[in-house]
Write a protein that binds this ligand. Structure first.
Ligand code: ADP
Length: 435
Protein backbone atom coordinates (compact mmCIF):
# COMPACT_ATOMS: atom_id res chain seq x y z
CA UNK A 1 0.00 0.00 0.00
CA UNK A 2 1.34 3.46 -0.79
CA UNK A 3 1.95 5.79 2.13
CA UNK A 4 1.82 9.60 1.82
CA UNK A 5 3.94 9.89 4.95
CA UNK A 6 6.70 7.64 3.57
CA UNK A 7 6.54 9.32 0.16
CA UNK A 8 6.89 12.80 1.68
CA UNK A 9 9.68 11.68 4.00
CA UNK A 10 11.67 10.01 1.20
CA UNK A 11 11.02 12.87 -1.25
CA UNK A 12 11.96 15.73 1.06
CA UNK A 13 14.96 13.87 2.45
CA UNK A 14 16.22 13.00 -1.05
CA UNK A 15 15.82 16.60 -2.26
CA UNK A 16 17.56 17.92 0.84
CA UNK A 17 20.44 15.45 0.58
CA UNK A 18 20.90 16.14 -3.12
CA UNK A 19 21.00 19.85 -2.52
CA UNK A 20 23.39 19.41 0.40
CA UNK A 21 25.80 17.53 -1.87
CA UNK A 22 25.59 19.81 -4.89
CA UNK A 23 26.48 22.85 -2.80
CA UNK A 24 29.71 21.40 -1.34
CA UNK A 25 30.59 19.97 -4.78
CA UNK A 26 30.56 23.47 -6.20
CA UNK A 27 32.51 24.54 -3.13
CA UNK A 28 35.01 21.79 -3.81
CA UNK A 29 35.69 23.15 -7.29
CA UNK A 30 36.24 26.70 -6.13
CA UNK A 31 38.34 25.62 -3.15
CA UNK A 32 40.40 23.47 -5.53
CA UNK A 33 41.05 26.53 -7.74
CA UNK A 34 42.00 28.63 -4.73
CA UNK A 35 44.24 25.97 -3.31
CA UNK A 36 45.92 25.65 -6.74
CA UNK A 37 46.75 29.35 -6.94
CA UNK A 38 47.96 29.36 -3.36
CA UNK A 39 50.19 26.33 -3.81
CA UNK A 40 51.52 27.58 -7.17
CA UNK A 41 52.54 30.84 -5.50
CA UNK A 42 54.21 28.82 -2.77
CA UNK A 43 56.01 26.67 -5.36
CA UNK A 44 57.25 29.80 -7.16
CA UNK A 45 58.60 31.16 -3.87
CA UNK A 46 60.25 27.86 -3.12
CA UNK A 47 61.95 27.84 -6.54
CA UNK A 48 63.37 31.32 -5.81
CA UNK A 49 64.63 29.99 -2.53
CA UNK A 50 66.36 27.12 -4.33
CA UNK A 51 68.17 29.62 -6.55
CA UNK A 52 69.62 31.29 -3.49
CA UNK A 53 70.92 28.10 -1.91
CA UNK A 54 74.59 27.55 -1.54
CA UNK A 55 75.15 24.94 -4.25
CA UNK A 56 78.47 23.82 -2.82
CA UNK A 57 76.76 22.60 0.31
CA UNK A 58 73.92 20.73 -1.37
CA UNK A 59 74.28 16.98 -1.53
CA UNK A 60 72.12 14.46 -3.37
CA UNK A 61 70.38 13.75 -0.07
CA UNK A 62 69.38 17.34 0.57
CA UNK A 63 65.78 17.96 1.40
CA UNK A 64 63.58 20.98 1.61
CA UNK A 65 60.78 19.08 3.28
CA UNK A 66 59.07 15.83 2.19
CA UNK A 67 56.94 17.38 -0.43
CA UNK A 68 59.33 19.70 -2.15
CA UNK A 69 61.78 18.40 -4.77
CA UNK A 70 64.22 20.50 -6.71
CA UNK A 71 66.94 20.39 -9.35
CA UNK A 72 69.49 22.96 -10.41
CA UNK A 73 70.91 22.49 -13.92
CA UNK A 74 73.92 24.24 -15.30
CA UNK A 75 75.08 23.70 -18.88
CA UNK A 76 72.99 20.52 -19.11
CA UNK A 77 74.52 19.07 -15.96
CA UNK A 78 72.71 18.45 -12.71
CA UNK A 79 74.36 20.76 -10.25
CA UNK A 80 72.23 20.03 -7.23
CA UNK A 81 69.02 18.16 -6.42
CA UNK A 82 66.90 16.98 -3.58
CA UNK A 83 66.73 13.31 -2.69
CA UNK A 84 63.31 12.67 -4.32
CA UNK A 85 64.28 14.28 -7.63
CA UNK A 86 64.91 12.02 -10.66
CA UNK A 87 68.28 11.93 -12.32
CA UNK A 88 67.08 13.58 -15.55
CA UNK A 89 65.07 16.76 -16.03
CA UNK A 90 62.01 16.65 -13.87
CA UNK A 91 60.41 19.42 -15.87
CA UNK A 92 60.85 20.77 -19.42
CA UNK A 93 63.45 23.47 -19.93
CA UNK A 94 60.79 26.05 -20.34
CA UNK A 95 59.73 28.69 -17.89
CA UNK A 96 56.41 28.00 -16.20
CA UNK A 97 54.27 25.46 -14.40
CA UNK A 98 53.77 21.85 -15.49
CA UNK A 99 53.11 18.37 -14.13
CA UNK A 100 55.49 15.39 -13.84
CA UNK A 101 55.51 11.85 -12.38
CA UNK A 102 58.47 10.55 -10.39
CA UNK A 103 59.26 8.95 -7.06
CA UNK A 104 55.91 7.23 -7.15
CA UNK A 105 53.87 10.48 -7.03
CA UNK A 106 52.44 13.13 -9.27
CA UNK A 107 54.14 16.49 -8.94
CA UNK A 108 53.40 20.10 -9.88
CA UNK A 109 56.59 21.57 -11.30
CA UNK A 110 57.91 25.03 -11.89
CA UNK A 111 61.02 25.80 -14.01
CA UNK A 112 62.77 29.06 -14.62
CA UNK A 113 66.09 30.21 -15.97
CA UNK A 114 68.18 32.27 -13.61
CA UNK A 115 69.93 34.80 -15.89
CA UNK A 116 72.36 35.88 -13.18
CA UNK A 117 73.80 32.40 -12.63
CA UNK A 118 72.86 30.94 -16.04
CA UNK A 119 71.18 28.01 -14.31
CA UNK A 120 67.82 26.27 -14.73
CA UNK A 121 66.03 26.09 -11.42
CA UNK A 122 63.27 23.46 -11.10
CA UNK A 123 61.08 23.02 -8.08
CA UNK A 124 58.27 20.47 -7.65
CA UNK A 125 55.58 19.86 -5.11
CA UNK A 126 53.42 16.73 -4.60
CA UNK A 127 49.88 17.25 -5.90
CA UNK A 128 48.18 14.84 -3.42
CA UNK A 129 48.66 17.46 -0.71
CA UNK A 130 46.57 19.92 -2.67
CA UNK A 131 43.73 17.43 -3.07
CA UNK A 132 43.88 16.52 0.57
CA UNK A 133 43.41 20.13 1.53
CA UNK A 134 40.46 20.69 -0.82
CA UNK A 135 38.95 17.39 0.28
CA UNK A 136 39.29 18.43 3.86
CA UNK A 137 37.37 21.62 3.13
CA UNK A 138 34.56 19.63 1.45
CA UNK A 139 34.51 16.96 4.14
CA UNK A 140 34.15 19.55 6.81
CA UNK A 141 31.07 20.91 5.01
CA UNK A 142 29.56 17.54 4.12
CA UNK A 143 30.19 15.65 7.35
CA UNK A 144 27.76 17.64 9.51
CA UNK A 145 25.15 17.23 6.76
CA UNK A 146 25.74 13.46 6.62
CA UNK A 147 25.51 13.17 10.37
CA UNK A 148 22.43 15.39 10.37
CA UNK A 149 20.47 13.24 7.88
CA UNK A 150 18.95 10.88 10.52
CA UNK A 151 18.03 13.83 12.75
CA UNK A 152 16.58 15.71 9.76
CA UNK A 153 14.71 12.53 8.75
CA UNK A 154 13.20 12.25 12.23
CA UNK A 155 12.23 15.92 12.18
CA UNK A 156 10.62 15.60 8.74
CA UNK A 157 8.80 12.46 9.96
CA UNK A 158 7.41 14.36 12.94
CA UNK A 159 6.41 17.37 10.83
CA UNK A 160 4.77 15.19 8.16
CA UNK A 161 2.96 13.17 10.84
CA UNK A 162 1.72 16.38 12.42
CA UNK A 163 0.66 17.67 8.99
CA UNK A 164 -1.21 14.44 8.24
CA UNK A 165 -2.99 14.40 11.61
CA UNK A 166 -6.25 15.89 10.28
CA UNK A 167 -6.29 13.14 7.64
CA UNK A 168 -5.73 10.44 10.28
CA UNK A 169 -8.40 12.06 12.43
CA UNK A 170 -10.85 12.12 9.50
CA UNK A 171 -10.28 8.46 8.70
CA UNK A 172 -10.68 7.43 12.35
CA UNK A 173 -13.86 9.55 12.62
CA UNK A 174 -15.24 7.76 9.58
CA UNK A 175 -14.19 4.37 10.90
CA UNK A 176 -15.77 4.99 14.29
CA UNK A 177 -19.06 6.12 12.77
CA UNK A 178 -21.70 3.44 13.45
CA UNK A 179 -23.41 2.07 10.35
CA UNK A 180 -26.75 3.62 11.30
CA UNK A 181 -25.30 7.03 12.15
CA UNK A 182 -25.98 9.20 9.12
CA UNK A 183 -25.17 12.51 10.78
CA UNK A 184 -22.79 14.84 8.93
CA UNK A 185 -19.10 15.10 9.82
CA UNK A 186 -18.28 18.33 11.66
CA UNK A 187 -16.32 20.92 9.66
CA UNK A 188 -14.76 22.68 12.66
CA UNK A 189 -10.95 22.66 12.77
CA UNK A 190 -10.81 21.00 9.36
CA UNK A 191 -7.82 22.25 7.36
CA UNK A 192 -8.58 24.04 4.08
CA UNK A 193 -7.29 21.15 1.95
CA UNK A 194 -9.67 18.66 3.58
CA UNK A 195 -12.79 20.80 3.45
CA UNK A 196 -13.75 19.53 -0.07
CA UNK A 197 -13.28 15.92 1.10
CA UNK A 198 -15.42 16.44 4.22
CA UNK A 199 -18.02 18.26 2.11
CA UNK A 200 -18.05 15.43 -0.44
CA UNK A 201 -18.41 12.79 2.32
CA UNK A 202 -21.20 14.83 3.94
CA UNK A 203 -22.94 15.11 0.58
CA UNK A 204 -22.69 11.35 0.19
CA UNK A 205 -24.04 10.75 3.72
CA UNK A 206 -26.89 13.13 2.99
CA UNK A 207 -27.78 11.37 -0.27
CA UNK A 208 -27.52 7.99 1.43
CA UNK A 209 -29.82 9.14 4.23
CA UNK A 210 -32.34 10.47 1.73
CA UNK A 211 -32.21 7.23 -0.29
CA UNK A 212 -32.68 5.14 2.87
CA UNK A 213 -35.55 7.31 3.98
CA UNK A 214 -37.17 6.94 0.53
CA UNK A 215 -36.77 3.18 0.73
CA UNK A 216 -38.35 3.10 4.20
CA UNK A 217 -41.19 5.35 3.12
CA UNK A 218 -41.75 3.26 0.01
CA UNK A 219 -42.27 0.03 1.96
CA UNK A 220 -44.34 1.81 4.64
CA UNK A 221 -46.47 3.56 1.99
CA UNK A 222 -46.85 0.37 -0.05
CA UNK A 223 -47.91 -1.49 3.11
CA UNK A 224 -50.36 1.24 3.95
CA UNK A 225 -51.83 1.16 0.45
CA UNK A 226 -52.20 -2.62 0.63
CA UNK A 227 -54.12 -2.49 3.88
CA UNK A 228 -57.47 -1.48 2.33
CA UNK A 229 -57.56 -4.12 -0.43
CA UNK A 230 -56.55 -6.79 2.09
CA UNK A 231 -59.37 -5.77 4.43
CA UNK A 232 -61.74 -5.90 1.44
CA UNK A 233 -60.38 -9.35 0.58
CA UNK A 234 -61.02 -10.56 4.12
CA UNK A 235 -64.64 -9.36 3.97
CA UNK A 236 -65.13 -11.05 0.59
CA UNK A 237 -63.64 -14.22 2.01
CA UNK A 238 -66.03 -14.05 4.94
CA UNK A 239 -68.98 -13.66 2.55
CA UNK A 240 -67.68 -16.45 0.36
CA UNK A 241 -67.56 -18.76 3.37
CA UNK A 242 -71.39 -18.61 3.48
CA UNK A 243 -71.67 -19.67 -0.16
CA UNK A 244 -69.02 -22.37 -0.64
CA UNK A 245 -67.60 -25.24 1.39
CA UNK A 246 -65.58 -23.27 3.93
CA UNK A 247 -63.98 -26.44 5.29
CA UNK A 248 -62.34 -27.45 1.97
CA UNK A 249 -58.53 -27.53 1.67
CA UNK A 250 -58.51 -24.86 -1.08
CA UNK A 251 -60.61 -22.50 0.99
CA UNK A 252 -58.40 -23.05 4.04
CA UNK A 253 -55.28 -22.27 1.97
CA UNK A 254 -56.90 -19.17 0.54
CA UNK A 255 -57.77 -18.04 4.03
CA UNK A 256 -54.21 -18.71 5.23
CA UNK A 257 -52.76 -16.79 2.28
CA UNK A 258 -54.86 -13.72 3.01
CA UNK A 259 -53.99 -14.01 6.71
CA UNK A 260 -50.29 -14.18 5.89
CA UNK A 261 -50.55 -11.19 3.57
CA UNK A 262 -52.35 -9.17 6.26
CA UNK A 263 -49.66 -10.11 8.78
CA UNK A 264 -46.87 -9.07 6.42
CA UNK A 265 -48.49 -5.71 5.77
CA UNK A 266 -48.96 -5.07 9.51
CA UNK A 267 -45.34 -6.03 10.22
CA UNK A 268 -44.03 -3.84 7.39
CA UNK A 269 -46.02 -0.94 8.72
CA UNK A 270 -44.83 -1.32 12.29
CA UNK A 271 -41.23 -1.66 11.11
CA UNK A 272 -41.08 1.89 9.83
CA UNK A 273 -43.96 3.45 11.69
CA UNK A 274 -41.64 5.00 14.23
CA UNK A 275 -39.05 7.48 13.00
CA UNK A 276 -36.42 8.68 15.54
CA UNK A 277 -37.98 12.17 15.66
CA UNK A 278 -41.50 10.81 16.18
CA UNK A 279 -40.16 8.38 18.76
CA UNK A 280 -38.55 11.09 20.92
CA UNK A 281 -41.78 13.07 20.86
CA UNK A 282 -43.90 10.05 21.93
CA UNK A 283 -41.59 8.86 24.71
CA UNK A 284 -43.00 8.67 28.24
CA UNK A 285 -42.07 7.12 31.58
CA UNK A 286 -43.23 3.53 31.51
CA UNK A 287 -43.39 0.63 33.94
CA UNK A 288 -42.27 -2.19 31.67
CA UNK A 289 -43.61 -4.83 34.07
CA UNK A 290 -47.10 -3.31 33.96
CA UNK A 291 -46.92 -3.10 30.16
CA UNK A 292 -45.88 -6.77 29.98
CA UNK A 293 -48.68 -7.73 32.37
CA UNK A 294 -51.25 -6.10 30.16
CA UNK A 295 -49.92 -7.69 27.00
CA UNK A 296 -49.59 -11.14 28.58
CA UNK A 297 -53.26 -10.92 29.58
CA UNK A 298 -54.23 -9.82 26.10
CA UNK A 299 -52.26 -12.58 24.38
CA UNK A 300 -53.19 -15.31 26.82
CA UNK A 301 -55.83 -16.87 24.49
CA UNK A 302 -53.12 -17.51 21.87
CA UNK A 303 -51.15 -19.58 24.38
CA UNK A 304 -54.24 -21.26 25.73
CA UNK A 305 -55.16 -22.41 22.25
CA UNK A 306 -51.80 -24.19 22.07
CA UNK A 307 -52.06 -25.48 25.64
CA UNK A 308 -48.90 -23.58 26.54
CA UNK A 309 -48.18 -22.11 29.97
CA UNK A 310 -47.33 -18.42 30.02
CA UNK A 311 -45.94 -16.88 33.17
CA UNK A 312 -44.76 -13.41 34.05
CA UNK A 313 -42.10 -12.80 36.68
CA UNK A 314 -40.45 -9.67 38.04
CA UNK A 315 -41.57 -6.41 39.50
CA UNK A 316 -42.15 -2.74 38.68
CA UNK A 317 -39.32 -1.36 36.49
CA UNK A 318 -39.45 2.22 35.28
CA UNK A 319 -37.90 3.21 31.98
CA UNK A 320 -38.34 5.78 29.26
CA UNK A 321 -40.00 4.49 26.13
CA UNK A 322 -42.71 4.58 23.53
CA UNK A 323 -45.57 2.35 24.73
CA UNK A 324 -46.84 1.32 21.32
CA UNK A 325 -43.37 0.39 20.04
CA UNK A 326 -42.59 -1.53 23.25
CA UNK A 327 -45.86 -3.46 22.94
CA UNK A 328 -44.96 -4.40 19.37
CA UNK A 329 -41.52 -5.60 20.54
CA UNK A 330 -42.94 -7.77 23.30
CA UNK A 331 -45.82 -9.03 21.15
CA UNK A 332 -43.36 -10.17 18.48
CA UNK A 333 -41.18 -11.99 21.03
CA UNK A 334 -44.25 -13.65 22.58
CA UNK A 335 -45.74 -14.64 19.23
CA UNK A 336 -42.43 -16.23 18.25
CA UNK A 337 -42.12 -18.01 21.58
CA UNK A 338 -45.56 -19.51 21.12
CA UNK A 339 -45.07 -20.24 17.42
CA UNK A 340 -41.72 -22.01 17.78
CA UNK A 341 -42.65 -23.98 20.91
CA UNK A 342 -44.67 -27.18 20.52
CA UNK A 343 -48.17 -27.66 21.95
CA UNK A 344 -48.11 -27.87 25.72
CA UNK A 345 -44.82 -25.95 25.94
CA UNK A 346 -43.73 -23.35 28.42
CA UNK A 347 -43.05 -19.63 27.95
CA UNK A 348 -41.77 -17.24 30.57
CA UNK A 349 -41.51 -13.45 30.59
CA UNK A 350 -39.28 -11.78 33.13
CA UNK A 351 -38.91 -8.04 33.79
CA UNK A 352 -36.11 -7.21 36.22
CA UNK A 353 -34.13 -4.19 37.29
CA UNK A 354 -30.35 -4.42 36.91
CA UNK A 355 -27.55 -1.97 37.49
CA UNK A 356 -29.04 1.16 35.84
CA UNK A 357 -30.81 -1.11 33.36
CA UNK A 358 -34.14 -2.81 32.87
CA UNK A 359 -33.87 -6.38 31.61
CA UNK A 360 -36.65 -8.02 29.66
CA UNK A 361 -36.30 -11.74 29.07
CA UNK A 362 -38.61 -13.97 27.05
CA UNK A 363 -37.75 -17.66 27.06
CA UNK A 364 -39.39 -20.87 25.94
CA UNK A 365 -38.72 -24.61 25.90
CA UNK A 366 -39.08 -25.05 22.16
CA UNK A 367 -36.50 -26.31 19.70
CA UNK A 368 -34.19 -23.31 20.18
CA UNK A 369 -31.99 -21.66 17.57
CA UNK A 370 -28.73 -23.07 16.17
CA UNK A 371 -25.54 -21.04 16.60
CA UNK A 372 -25.29 -20.24 12.89
CA UNK A 373 -28.95 -19.07 12.70
CA UNK A 374 -28.48 -16.86 15.76
CA UNK A 375 -26.29 -14.60 13.68
CA UNK A 376 -28.93 -14.20 10.97
CA UNK A 377 -32.39 -14.24 12.56
CA UNK A 378 -32.43 -10.44 12.99
CA UNK A 379 -31.96 -9.91 9.23
CA UNK A 380 -34.95 -8.71 7.25
CA UNK A 381 -37.05 -11.57 5.82
CA UNK A 382 -34.76 -14.25 7.26
CA UNK A 383 -36.57 -17.40 8.37
CA UNK A 384 -34.86 -20.58 9.58
CA UNK A 385 -37.50 -22.86 8.09
CA UNK A 386 -38.86 -21.46 4.87
CA UNK A 387 -41.35 -24.27 4.24
CA UNK A 388 -45.04 -23.59 4.70
CA UNK A 389 -45.23 -25.88 7.76
CA UNK A 390 -43.08 -23.35 9.65
CA UNK A 391 -46.32 -21.54 10.43
CA UNK A 392 -47.31 -18.01 9.52
CA UNK A 393 -44.52 -15.48 9.45
CA UNK A 394 -42.57 -13.33 7.09
CA UNK A 395 -39.16 -12.97 8.78
CA UNK A 396 -39.74 -9.40 9.91
CA UNK A 397 -40.67 -9.96 13.56
CA UNK A 398 -37.14 -9.89 14.99
CA UNK A 399 -36.09 -7.06 12.67
CA UNK A 400 -38.85 -5.01 14.27
CA UNK A 401 -37.68 -6.10 17.74
CA UNK A 402 -34.20 -4.88 16.94
CA UNK A 403 -35.46 -1.65 15.39
CA UNK A 404 -37.53 -0.83 18.49
CA UNK A 405 -34.64 -1.79 20.79
CA UNK A 406 -32.28 0.53 18.86
CA UNK A 407 -34.76 3.40 19.21
CA UNK A 408 -34.65 2.83 22.99
CA UNK A 409 -30.84 2.53 23.02
CA UNK A 410 -31.34 -1.07 24.10
CA UNK A 411 -29.44 -4.21 23.08
CA UNK A 412 -31.02 -7.51 22.04
CA UNK A 413 -29.29 -10.84 22.44
CA UNK A 414 -30.35 -14.42 21.92
CA UNK A 415 -29.10 -17.43 23.82
CA UNK A 416 -30.21 -20.81 25.15
CA UNK A 417 -33.13 -20.78 27.58
CA UNK A 418 -32.95 -22.02 31.17
CA UNK A 419 -35.46 -24.78 30.44
CA UNK A 420 -33.06 -27.36 28.98
CA UNK A 421 -34.17 -26.61 25.42
CA UNK A 422 -35.51 -23.54 23.67
CA UNK A 423 -34.47 -19.96 23.02
CA UNK A 424 -34.16 -16.95 25.32
CA UNK A 425 -34.30 -13.36 24.06
CA UNK A 426 -32.90 -10.67 26.35
CA UNK A 427 -33.47 -6.97 25.78
CA UNK A 428 -31.49 -4.60 28.03
CA UNK A 429 -32.93 -1.05 28.30
CA UNK A 430 -31.40 1.90 30.11
CA UNK A 431 -33.37 2.35 33.35
CA UNK A 432 -35.08 5.54 34.41
CA UNK A 433 -33.35 6.90 37.47
CA UNK A 434 -36.11 7.46 40.02
CA UNK A 435 -35.40 10.22 42.48
P1 ADP B 1 -40.89 -14.97 11.55
O1 ADP B 1 -41.24 -15.44 12.93
O2 ADP B 1 -41.94 -14.18 10.91
O3 ADP B 1 -40.35 -16.06 10.68
P2 ADP B 1 -38.86 -13.47 12.89
O4 ADP B 1 -37.99 -12.37 12.41
O5 ADP B 1 -39.75 -13.17 14.05
O6 ADP B 1 -39.66 -13.96 11.65
O7 ADP B 1 -37.94 -14.67 13.28
C1 ADP B 1 -36.92 -15.10 12.41
C2 ADP B 1 -36.62 -16.56 12.63
O8 ADP B 1 -36.06 -16.76 13.91
C3 ADP B 1 -37.85 -17.41 12.63
O9 ADP B 1 -38.15 -17.84 11.32
C4 ADP B 1 -37.50 -18.55 13.52
O10 ADP B 1 -36.86 -19.59 12.77
C5 ADP B 1 -36.44 -17.99 14.46
N1 ADP B 1 -37.04 -17.76 15.80
C6 ADP B 1 -37.53 -16.60 16.29
N2 ADP B 1 -37.93 -16.74 17.56
C7 ADP B 1 -37.71 -18.03 17.90
C8 ADP B 1 -37.92 -18.83 19.09
N3 ADP B 1 -38.47 -18.31 20.19
N4 ADP B 1 -37.54 -20.13 19.04
C9 ADP B 1 -36.99 -20.67 17.94
N5 ADP B 1 -36.76 -19.97 16.79
C10 ADP B 1 -37.12 -18.67 16.77
Amino acid sequence: MTSIRRFLLAGVLAALTLFSFIAPLRGYRSSMAEVETLFDAHLLDASKLVANLDMARITRQSQLGDNLAFQVWEDGKLLAASSQAPSDHMAPLQQGFDFANFDGYRWRTYSWFDESTQRWIMAAERTDQRFALAENVVLETVLPILLGIPVTGLLIWLIVSQGLKPLTQLSSDLQKKPAHDLSELPLRATPKELVPVVNAVNGLIHRLGAALEREKRLSADAAHELRTPITALKIQLHNLAQEVDAGSESFRQLEQGVERMGHLVEQLMSLYRTSPEQFTADCTDIDLHALAQELVARMYPLFEARQQTLELLGKRCMMRGEPFALETLLANLLTNASKYTPLGGRVQVNVEAGDAVVVLKVQDNGAGISAEDKARIFERFYRVDRSSNAGPGCGLGLTIVQHVAALHQATVSVHASEFGSGAAFTVIFPALMET
